[in-house]
Design a binder for this molecule. Structure first.
Ligand SMILES: Cc1ncc(COP(=O)(O)O)c(C=O)c1O
Length: 398
């Protein structure tokens, strides 16, 4: 058996950087690097196909691990290269027609929105925003009143990329289940950040990337499909794996793997497995609690910085790990650059990520600080004092 690296316990190396950019991509634990590089060596020595045959048990384990995390069966999981890959594969496979209504929230991910507008142009379906309360929560009563037989898809970006809020995905799932409306959850900023249980969500599909809150490598992701939902899809892209060739002709698979093709990076998949193993050994509940605690601390500390405005919506939970803000006198890109020069990493989140919410609130960009399970009080203190210095050096024009 392989010797484990010294840092197998899961602590990523953040010595030289205060990393507050988890929502872009989580720092991978050493176990991930080890799994990826070890497999690449194997692939170099044996060739890609024998190497992948040898790691079949581990690859099957990846489906099992993800199924455990989501509370479903391994056959309900398809592996992808990222969130968009899976989301577009599902939504693009729905038989939408002219006049069909597709409901989204103001926090919808810009990429999903772009895809839906393409579908709108192609099929004549109509993309509509769901009603929200002034606090930014879903207005379930108004939504209930507006639902009719023409609603053919409800798409929820559970935790929007700019961290404006966390929607009530369970209440929305209950409404969709009552009306038999297909319900897809974009959990790109949720999985690994907050508990996710597809049974409680009652969703038909859910997507996530591996690189964010799961701390896996870039180029990994997953789709969950509720049992039976695959049969309602007409995938745009299939191959001999998703649609095996039988003596009577090609037959689409009936499970989530209908969305997979044969070609994939086994190294990255093994990296994702290593990330999940590390997280599981640490305990997901402990990670969720650590993220919520640090996020609450970060919000409270940022609120003390002069000229800083938090941009979470009023009903957003204080424990949401994504904290959007602006600093008077600076653009978000300037704040990001000034912090980076001091080894503090945050994101500048533009209009393209959450176009509906940003437009509705007259925002063009926000600074996005996002915490990880390993974010320390020192990371928060470094960010806050750097922002205080920036705020102090801004001279208000006379
Ligand atoms: C909410 C949300 N959905 C989707 C995506 C796109 O994910 P990917 O780049 O893996 O396709 C992102 C990326 O930040 C996101 O924040």
């Amino acid at each position: 058996m392989e010797a484990q690296p010294a840092t197998w316990a899961g602590q990523p190396t953040t010595d030289s950087m205060h990393y507050l950019n988890q929502a872009a991509g989580g720092l991978m634990p050493d176990s991930v690097l080890h799994a990826v590089s070890h497999y690449m060596q194997r692939e170099q020595a044996l060739g890609a196909y024998i190497a992948s045959q040898q790691v079949q048990p581990q690859l099957q384990q990846l489906y099992a691990r993800l199924a455990e995390l989501l509370h479903c069966q391994p056959a309900d999981i398809a592996l992808t290269t990222g969130n968009t890959h899976g989301w577009c594969a599902v939504v693009g496979a729905l038989p939408l027609e002219a006049g069909d209504r597709v409901l989204v929230t103001p926090g919808e991910w810009g990429g999903n929105y772009a895809m839906l507008r393409q579908l709108q142009a192609r099929t004549g379906c109509v993309v509509e925003e769901m009603p929200c309360t002034p606090g930014g929560a879903l207005d379930m009563a108004a939504l209930q009143a507006s639902v009719d037989a023409r609603v053919k898809l409800v798409a929820l970006t559970w935790v929007p990329a700019n961290g404006c809020t966390v929607y009530d995905a369970v209440a929305l799932g209950q409404l969709c289940a009552r009306h038999g409306i297909p319900y897809i959850v974009d959990a790109a900023q949720a999985l690994g950040h907050i508990p996710v249980d597809v049974q409680a969500l009652q969703c038909d599909a859910l997507t996530a990337p591996g690189r964010k809150w799961l701390c896996g490598p870039r180029g990994t992701g997953l789709v969950y499909l509720k049992p039976g939902f695959a049969a309602r899809l007409q995938p745009m892209t299939v191959d001999h794996v998703s649609c095996p060739i039988t003596p009577t002709g090609p037959v689409l698979r009936h499970d989530a793997r209908v969305l997979e093709q044969s070609e994939a990076s086994m190294a990255l998949r093994l990296g994702l497995l290593a990330a999940l193993d590390t997280a599981q050994a640490q305990g997901w509940p402990q990670r969720f609690a650590a993220i919520a605690q640090r996020a609450t601390q970060l919000r409270a500390a940022l609120a003390q910085v002069p000229g800083l405005r938090l941009h979470s919506l009023p009903d957003a939970p204080a424990g949401c790990g994504i904290v959007p803000f602006t600093l008077e006198g600076y653009t978000p890109a300037q704040v990001q650059q000034a912090l980076l020069a001091q080894d503090i990493q945050v994101a500048a989140s533009g209009m393209g990520y959450t176009p509906l919410d940003m437009q509705a609130r007259g925002l063009t960009a926000v600074v996005r600080a996002s915490v990880a399970w390993h974010t320390s009080e020192a990371d928060i203190a470094a960010l806050v004092s750097a922002l205080q210095r920036l705020a102090a050096s801004h001279t208000v024009p006379a």
